[in-house]
Write a protein that binds this ligand. Structure first.
Ligand code: KG4
Ligand code: ZN
Length: 401
């Protein structure tokens, strides 16, 4: 069977770039008549690449379409993120079907932009890294399909990256050196997970939210307070003029010796404070600007209190002195200050994801370089894994043997 490049529905820019690859990327590719070997790439040991070799990283797990070019020695040559906030704003949260359709429209221009901004040609890429888990199934599939197509056309190895590991790896990129073993907290719109990170790619889940993620709670509370989506940055902004002691919102599990989180209680308390309790006889006070600021500041303080306390408990439980924090909520200044305070008090080495790499981006998928070094290449029948895998690989292996 012969697959023609034109059939891949490339943007004209990518198409030009592919054709421009000349010798290394023929206009048509011979595929065995029995179909693709499922292990087309994974059976090859990775080649030894120079420190300046290039990875094209692709991320589309939720509502950001992103691509980046990162060298093997972890220099970020470009990082392009196309946000979909304007598409989801009126729904107050991400609508999966809208997200995947927008990814389809944006993925090739975004990749093209990343290649251009890096000042390279598509043929210069050595490895393609793509986020395949966890996330929205339709969104993940768009990035994976683009990555597989490019891997096939360019005849380059493919690496399947875990989004959560990527969020922690943003700390590694900023540190410029190894930061493992460590306790890792990923706190985003979809996840609030604590890990014992034994290495960049060996994570044991030691705690997680049992209901809402922290970022999700920020978004829902913002919606209750009449603030636009995404709520986290808006809550942070209005909280600056509020009194964080004005309301004592619940801090679920804070005194318990468990590393899980729950944010539905604080969210409901905010709802009642803002709109009144169902069945109550009296009306709540009007939601003035000052009251909104006080509620936002008190809510933010409650969430930060819980997050910082659980980090502290995890560090103690695992007798660990290094903490890494990533994910969208890690962009929050009050949270960063509270973590810095914890680090000073308990003499912890703290690695915060740089603000621009807290929310979803593709540079963090450079964790794929670690997988590449371990020879963990993805086959061309690689699938997406939308849900959170709760067990570490070693535990999974142990439980199936
Ligand atoms: O990591 P991310 O971009 O996407 C997921 O993987 O979920 O995180 C997005 C989340 C949203 O819920 C957003 O409200 C929250 O991160 N967020 C913030 C801030 N910036 C983004 N939350 C609190 N304060 C912020 N400054
Ligand atoms: Zn994320």
């Amino acid at each position: 069977m012969t697959v023609r490049v034109e059939q891949f529905n490339c943007s004209p820019l990518i198409q030009d770039a592919l054709f421009d690859c000349g010798r290394s990327a023929p206009r048509s590719i011979r595929v065995p008549s029995s179909g693709l070997s499922p292990n087309a790439f994974s059976m090859n040991a990775p080649a030894t690449l120079s420190p300046s070799s290039l990875m094209l990283a692709i991320e589309s797990s939720c509502d950001e379409t992103a691509a980046a070019v990162v060298t093997k020695d972890l220099r970020i040559l470009s990082s392009v993120v196309a946000s979909q906030n304007e598409l989801h704003e009126r729904f107050g949260g991400v609508v999966p079907e809208i997200a995947s359709r927008a990814h389809v429209q944006r993925i090739l221009p975004v990749i093209d932009d990343a290649i251009r901004k890096a000042g390279i040609q598509l043929r210069d890429i050595s490895v393609i890294g793509v986020v395949t888990q966890p996330g929205l199934v339709g969104s993940l599939l768009v990035g994976l399909t683009a990555a597989k197509t490019l891997a096939l056309v360019l005849d380059k190895p493919l690496v399947a990256v875990n989004h959560i590991e990527g969020h922690i790896y943003a700390c590694r990129l900023a540190a410029g050196r190894d930061i493992f073993p460590s306790i890792g907290l990923v706190v985003s719109g979809g996840h609030t997970n604590l890990y014992h990170c034994r290495s960049a790619t060996q994570f044991d889940l030691i705690g997680a939210t049992i209901d809402d993620a922290a970022g999700e709670a920020f978004d829902k509370v913002a919606s209750v307070l009449g603030l636009p989506y995404p709520g986290g940055p808006m809550i942070e902004k209005v909280a600056q003029t509020g009194n964080s002691q004005a309301f004592r919102f619940p801090r679920t599990f804070i005194k318990e010796d468990r590393l899980d989180f729950s944010f539905s209680g604080v969210k409901t308390s905010v709802l009642y404070e803002a709109n009144g309790q169902p069945g109550a006889h009296s009306q709540p006070p009007a939601l003035t600007e000052a009251r909104i600021a006080d509620i936002a500041a008190s809510f933010q303080a409650a969430v930060i209190d819980v997050l910082v306390t659980k980090c502290r408990q995890a560090l103690r439980r695992f007798d660990c002195k290094t903490l890494c924090v990533g994910g969208g909520v890690a962009a929050n200044s009050a949270f960063r200050q509270a973590l810095e305070e914890l680090a000073r008090r308990d003499r912890i080495e703290l690695h915060l994801s740089p603000r621009e790499y807290c929310t979803d981006n593709a540079a963090m998928a450079a964790v794929g370089w670690e997988l590449y070094a371990e020879g963990r290449l993805a086959p061309l029948d690689q699938d997406v894994v939308p849900g959170l895998v709760r067990k570490s690989e070693s535990e999974s292996a142990a439980s199936t043997t």
